[in-house]
Design a protein around this ligand. Structure first.
Ligand code: SF4
Length: 276
């Protein structure tokens, strides 16, 4: 049963709701219990912090800091597992990459590389593509699919390059997206891969799928996804990031059957939208 002094202290503590005040007054009231009460103010906050840390670790990431840390971890793992990832289209110049990128729409890079092997021997400059009869260009690229549209875009694009840029591909995002058949994605590919300019993050079908599954974005629109990625991924990583994501998408995180069981991202990946 507590003595009078202790009863008074307990009453005081309950009204304030602060345990350290309780300890302090108790020390004054009951010196004989010093050794017991001295440990209370130091141990309680430590135990409280440990419990809170444990709870926080079990919670899904929601804050800005958590999102940034998560993105940094994804970037680190990509760098570790795909250190040499690069564009899988064959090219020797910005013009060749521009043509190959137009041809790669709805077509595999392997097929494009087969077609461009002969195509790049036959067409050496933008003027060559600009002058050739359209039907001949269509025939040359037929096996890449959607060849009529692609041939028209390549020819119109090359005509504009001849007229406005002396036949050269401009290393400028605004000028590139003015060219027929060149959207922001293709412009980012050309600038990043042919010129080494980090104008943005290439968001193709693989980057879209993986960014959502890995919890880097909840967006569906390519430009909004790119905006999220540009905010979370350091600018110096933008070019390699896309190449690495594309390689991971091809090798492990396939559209239909992601191999989460062998995936090096499994521990950090929320697997958004994946049926397990
Ligand atoms: Fe894709 Fe699964 Fe790997 Fe996540 S854990 S990146 S969903 S394969």
């Amino acid at each position: 049963m507590p003595n009078r002094a202790e009863r008074g202290i307990i009453g005081y503590n309950a009204s304030k709701g602060q345990s350290h005040w309780y300890v302090k007054i108790r020390l004054m009231a009951s010196p004989s219990k010093t050794s017991n009460v001295r440990t209370a103010p130091t141990k309680a906050p430590i135990a409280k912090a440990a419990a809170s840390k444990k709870r926080a670790a079990a919670q899904p990431s929601t804050g800005v800091g958590d999102a940034a840390r998560h993105a940094a971890e994804v970037v680190r793992l990509l760098r570790r597992h795909y250190p040499d990832a690069t564009c899988s289209l064959d090219f020797q110049s910005p013009l060749e990459l521009l043509v190959a990128t137009i041809l790669s729409a709805q077509c595999t890079d392997e097929r494009v590389n087969i077609v461009t092997k002969d195509l790049f021997r036959k067409y050496r400059s933008a003027a060559d593509y600009a002058q050739i009869p359209l039907a001949e260009l269509e025939k040359d690229i037929q096996s890449t699919g959607f060849y009529r549209n692609k041939a028209k875009n390549i020819q119109n694009c090359c005509r504009l390059l001849v007229e406005k840029h002396a036949g050269h591909v401009p290393p400028d995002l605004d000028q590139l997206v003015e060219l027929p058949g060149i959207g922001r994605k293709t412009a980012n590919v050309i600038l990043g891969t042919a010129f080494g300019i980090a104008s943005g993050v290439v968001v193709d079908t693989h980057v879209t799928r993986l960014s959502r599954r890995l919890g880097l974005t909840t967006q569906k629109d390519a430009e909004k996804i790119e905006k999220d990625l540009m905010e979370k991924v350091p600018e110096k990583e933008w070019i390699a990031f896309s190449h690495r994501m594309i390689q991971h998408g091809r090798r492990i995180c396939a559209a239909r059957k992601p191999q989460c069981g062998v995936c090096p991202f499994s521990a950090v990946c929320p697997k958004e939208g994946v049926e397990l």
